[in-house]
Design a binder for this molecule. Structure first.
Ligand code: GCW
Length: 714
């Protein structure tokens, strides 16, 4: 009787019903059920030999142990009679016998690149994981573990991979009081108050997760910066984090508030050409590097949305960035100077302002400055054309800034697979040097042979148990890291990897869920901002629709500025008859965007004010098609709900329920978006909804009256 009960409990624990809170992300290391494969793996990894004893090698070994403990039988070492060897070590520590097997592969690798190679030596089959640095070995270990998690063969391995981008960074918009600007997964994971003495074990898991996808830097603080982070009290806390992250190849960076010399330095000015200011920053850099010798550098938001900057003193971006660059230069630090600027004094189209402010400075920045540009010229919209700056600054290193958190994308409630959006941007062709001058080639430096290359992702992480507030959105953190490593990876492959490592190897699960993820991106665009609409979210928190908002002090803060709906039509004319923003693109690109009939329909209303009766390629009028797109978005979410329900047998109960509830909210909110936007635009089109578009069940007044005073992240 008693024994029976224990058995039942054990069965429950081992069955699908066992809770999984998602904390382990894509490092689940689930037991490999395929016995043949498991026995093969056990033979391959049984004899583990390592060379070198640094902290990094220690964490690499620990990770292998953790992975093997999860994926293999507990007694695999005694069980297997294999004499195969798995070798781990930095090239400098390997014997000539082993390096001799690797030919000239090393010459092609960067310091972070790894090799995983099988060979037979002295009658034993061997696999070596190596590179020119210990961190490269660690990256190789994570790759090796991923092969196992994906149930790939470990026979005849011959892999050599280097990251194509040097600075692969998360940007945390985390404040010192632990709130997170545009954060939807709880509070900041940085427990500033209890640091440096209390070191939350979560910091280690954060480092593991990042290292496993190749992220090598983290900007700890919000770009809307607080100068206190640069005081000794806080630098001690930063040092504690840097020490924890170092073995994982992760450097820390901070946001530098431009007015810090006044706020914490007691100076009267922050003028970048003032001798006392220059000296203050130099000494501040020296102080930081004395504590953190591998400190990465500063990220700066200047003269944007009220942040102080060089223009407050009649200086320009070059003056500001170069002054900080000088201070960091002796320590090999970099300045990431953001191009996200638009001004209340500039009445020109907001989409044109960053280009106008920055492009004239091409070639004038110091060589340790990289200009960080958002993927599009407005602001992290569900869909934007690529930022024209990417095709216009051949002499300046440009770093991509993607948003992983979902400020304008349903926050952490809506499931959307962002690598699909990133892929679209990276594949866009700037035509700067003719066809094939893709954004990816600008970012990885290959188009113009740039020395500094980088990609930043505004993090979606908080202290929620599953990190991202929604298990499906872990994929966006994962995918960002993978694309920063290799911007040519496909969203499809990334989804595939993530699903295998995070959930299951069962194709009956993988195929439908991957399909759902890949389609989710377009679904969100369709139920929020189809056909090139943008920035019509409710104001402030940007949660839900608000196309009617028109009363904010700055014109470009109002959704009506962007959609320009009137009795004639809808959309923002950015062609030569309008703001002429298209002139910021190469002629080939501009011509396509300018021509109403050639402009990609998914960007139509971004570039044109189009009459309600205009016929689209499928024969529908603009009004009808707009309505049908909204409906399509809603229908796709209904399919997502269904798909998820169908894969229930393959998912643990906890994550199944979590995602299920969230998808149902997403469905409800997709309908909210459709109904609110169509009722609002209908006032101008004055036309009925086409057949096949569900009729709204509430009035426009109802939607306009909705109010969310405590929406998060604001
Ligand atoms: O999208 C806007 C956000 C601000 C953010 C800003 C930026 C950090 O609404 O919250 O501030 O972009 O990127 O600087």
């Amino acid at each position: 009787m008693y024994k029976g009960k224990i058995l039942i409990i054990l069965c429950l624990i081992c069955s699908k019903g066992f809770a999984n809170d998602g904390y382990k992300l894509w490092l689940q290391y689930d037991y490999i059920k395929n016995e043949t494969l498991r026995l093969d793996y056990q033979a391959d990894v049984k004899n583990l030999v390592h060379f070198g004893d640094t902290e990094t090698i220690k964490v690499a070994l620990k990770e292998l142990e953790l992975g093997f403990a999860g994926m293999l039988d507990s007694n695999y070492k005694s069980q297997s009679k294999s004499n195969s060897v798995l070798i781990l070590g930095n090239r400098a520590n390997l014997s000539k016998d082993i390096t001799g097997q690797l030919g000239n592969t090393f010459t092609k690798l960067t310091d972070e690149g790894f090799i995983i190679k099988s060979f037979t030596l002295k009658g034993k089959s061997q696999i070596v994981i190596t590179g020119k640095s210990d961190v490269a070995v660690l990256y190789g270990v994570y790759h090796f573990l991923r092969l196992m998690q994906m149930n790939s063969s470990l026979k005849n391995l011959n892999i050599a991979e280097s990251p194509k981008i040097d600075f692969r960074l998360l940007n945390h918009w985390d404040n010192l009081d632990r709130t997170v600007e545009r954060g939807y997964a709880g509070f900041s994971i940085w427990d500033w108050h209890r640091l440096p003495d209390y070191k939350d074990p979560r910091y280690i898991d954060y480092a593991r997760a990042n290292a496993s996808i190749g992220i090598n830097g983290t900007v700890l603080t919000n770009v809307n910066a607080n100068a206190l982070i640069l005081t000794p009290q806080y630098l001690d806390k930063v040092e504690a984090l840097a020490t924890i992250f170092r073995p994982y190849g992760i450097k820390v960076y901070l946001t530098a508030r431009f007015s810090a010399p006044i706020e914490i330095g007691g100076l009267e000015t922050a003028d970048p050409l003032d001798a006392a200011v220059i000296k203050w920053w130099k000494e501040k850099a020296d102080e930081i590097y004395a504590k953190i010798p591998d400190f990465g550098g500063f990220l700066v938001k200047a003269n944007s949305e009220g942040q102080p900057g060089p223009q407050n003193y009649g200086r320009n971006h070059v003056d500001g960035a170069n002054m900080l660059a000088e201070a960091l230069k002796p320590h090999n630090g970099i300045v990431m100077w953001r191009a996200f600027v638009y001004s209340e004094h500039d009445v020109s189209d907001r989409a044109k302002q960053a280009y106008s402010e920055f492009v004239p400075y091409d070639g004038q920045f110091k060589d340790n400055v990289i200009v960080q540009v958002k993927n599009g010229a407005i602001d992290f919209q569900p869909r934007e054309p690529f930022h024209p700056m990417f095709g216009a600054m051949p002499k300046t290193p440009l770093m991509m800034e993607f948003q992983i958190t979902q400020e304008y994308l349903g926050q952490s409630t809506h499931s959307i697979f962002l690598p699909k959006q990133y892929e679209e941007v990276l594949e866009s062709d700037t035509y700067r040097k003719g066809k094939g001058s893709t954004v990816a080639k600008v970012i990885d430096g290959s188009l113009d042979n740039k020395k500094l290359t980088g990609m930043a992702g505004v993090s979606n992480i908080g202290n929620d148990i599953n990190w991202t507030g929604n298990p499906m959105l872990q994929a966006n953190w994962y995918g960002f890291g993978r694309l920063a490593w290799n911007p040519y990876l496909s969203a499809d492959d990334i989804a595939d990897e993530w699903l295998h490592c995070t959930f299951s190897n069962d194709e009956k699960f993988i195929q439908p869920v991957k399909d759902m993820m890949l389609k989710s991106t377009e679904a969100v665009v369709n139920y929020m901002t189809p056909l090139g609409l943008h920035h019509i979210m409710a104001t402030g928190h940007h949660y839900g629709p608000g196309p009617w908002v028109s009363d904010l002090s700055r014109p470009e803060w109002n959704p009506v500025y962007y959609h320009k709906a009137d009795s004639l039509g809808i959309g923002f004319d950015r062609t030569p008859t309008g703001s002429n923003a298209t002139a910021q693109y190469a002629p080939e690109v501009a011509t396509t965007f300018n021509n109403l009939d050639n402009c990609p329909e998914e960007l139509l209303l971004w570039f044109h004010h189009v009459s309600w009766a205009y016929k689209l390629k499928n024969g529908n009028t603009l009004w009808n098609n707009l309505a049908l797109k909204y409906q399509e978005g809603v229908d796709e979410v209904a399919t997502m709900v269904n798909t998820w329900n169908n894969v229930k047998p393959y998912v643990d109960e906890e994550r199944f329920n979590d995602v299920n509830m969230l998808l149902n909210i997403q469905y409800k909110e997709a309908k909210w978006w459709r109904d609110a936007c169509l009722l609002y635009f209908q006032q101008y089109s004055k036309q009925p909804l086409p057949e096949n578009v569900e009729k709204p069940t509430e009035t426009l007044e109802h939607f306009e009256a909705l109010n969310f005073p405590f929406a998060p992240g604001n």
